[in-house]
Design a protein around this ligand. Structure first.
Ligand code: FES
Length: 79
């Protein structure tokens, strides 16, 4: 499958990642970066368990595709 290379800043640290086009931010955080403090509940943007700060705004990471946020800054509960 086609994978996207991108760099994002997570909790103040730059990380370079390879992600699939449909990979959600919550999966990248939990599976690639081992930041399991971000939890998955409803998966449809209603419960808020997956909330992170993306470029200064609270967002549901279950609704964000990681491939679309290259260059952004993410803050999780660990940060
Ligand atoms: S998992 Fe419920 S809002 Fe994302």
């Amino acid at each position: 499958m086609h994978r996207i290379n991108l760099t994002i800043k997570v909790n103040g640290k730059e990380v370079t990642l390879k992600v699939g086009p449909k990979e959600r931010l919550i999966d990248t955080l939990r599976e690639q970066l081992n930041l399991t403090g971000t939890k998955e509940g409803c998966s449809i943007g209603e419960c808020g368990a997956c909330t992170v700060i993306l470029d200064g705004e609270a967002v549901c990471s279950c609704l964000i595709l990681t491939g679309q946020i290259g260059g952004s800054e993410v803050l999780t509960i660990e940060g």
